[in-house]
Design a binder for this molecule. Structure first.
Ligand SMILES: Nc1ncnc2c1ncn2[C@@H]1O[C@H](COP(=O)(O)OP(=O)(O)OP(=O)(O)O)[C@@H](O)[C@H]1O
Length: 244
């Protein structure tokens, strides 16, 4: 682990029966950086994030947050904000109601929900039922839940999915300002064009690690596009029926 890494993967492998979803994955996420975990559909991104959060057990290797396994990290639910399908969803509640419930569970003041609703641009739709939200509004609400406890690390699984161009720009600016505040953001995505304008560092995986480091090193300071480098590293989509 490098000194002070917020997230570390070391030789992480996950097998589901005879399928190897993740194979010997190692990388670090450094403080104050926006790190994009990139890969085609089925590359193992969500499985990797689930292992980081203690939701799946590695077959080999280990992943840590702030130097510890998530399940042994004191105050983990406050220090690590998570946006991932199936986590924090309360479709029968209103946006405000869902955040109030989560704030209570995290031992936070009730007003905290309104603060994050404002930050994600949902204040004027706070009293609508979540089940009536569009996909983009659900993404914003999910980020609001992740931000509730003012976490040092955000782990976001495909946060750009379902956002319109305005939403993508909003997400980019929001993630940048979160990193400027000293937070670390680890996000997964297969939307290369959006990621290219958002992240500082990239981790490209296709079951195994293909690249980890600054985006600028990969794209020769803008001379090459991320998409071209991505396909050179993972193949053209025929391997594992990749689709990006
Ligand atoms: N619980 C599970 N049981 C069996 N196989 C699984 C399970 N979870 C994931 N897999 C398999 O592991 C591989 C990696 O899946 P994963 O969801 O991590 O990929 P991903 O990169 O997040 O893909 P996507 O971009 O499509 O969400 C796939 O082949 C998937 O079918």
């Amino acid at each position: 682990m490098s000194d002070g890494a917020v997230v570390s993967f070391r030789g992480v492998t996950k097998k589901f029966g005879t399928t190897t979803a993740v194979d010997n994955l190692s990388f670090d996420a450094e403080p104050g950086r926006v790190v994009g975990l990139l890969g085609s559909n089925g590359a193992g991104k969500t499985t990797s994030l689930r292992m980081l959060l203690g939701l799946a057990r590695p077959t080999a290797g280990y992943a840590t947050v702030f130097g510890r396994s998530y399940q042994y990290l004191p105050d983990a639910a406050r220090r690590v904000g998570v946006s991932m399908d199936g986590i924090g969803e309360l479709p029968g509640a209103t946006g405000r109601g869902a955040l109030t419930t989560w704030a209570r569970m995290l031992g936070l003041p009730k007003g905290r929900g309104d603060a994050v609703l404002d930050r994600v641009g949902l204040a004027d739709r706070a009293d609508r039922k979540v089940k009536a939200y569009s996909t983009g509004m659900r993404q914003r609400l999910s980020l609001a839940v992740a931000l509730l406890a003012d976490p040092e690390l955000l782990v976001l699984d495909e946060p750009a999915n379902g956002l319109d161009p305005d939403g993508i720009r909003w997400l980019r600016d929001t993630l940048r300002s979160l990193a400027d505040e000293g937070r670390t953001v680890l996000l997964s995505s297969h939307l290369l064009a959006e990621v290219e304008q958002t992240v500082d560092d990239v981790v490209i995986m296709q079951r195994t690690l293909r690249y980890a480091g600054p985006l600028s090193d990969l794209t020769s300071d803008g001379a090459e596009r991320l998409e071209d480098r991505f396909f050179a590293l993972v193949g053209d989509g025929t391997e594992g029926k990749a689709h990006v």
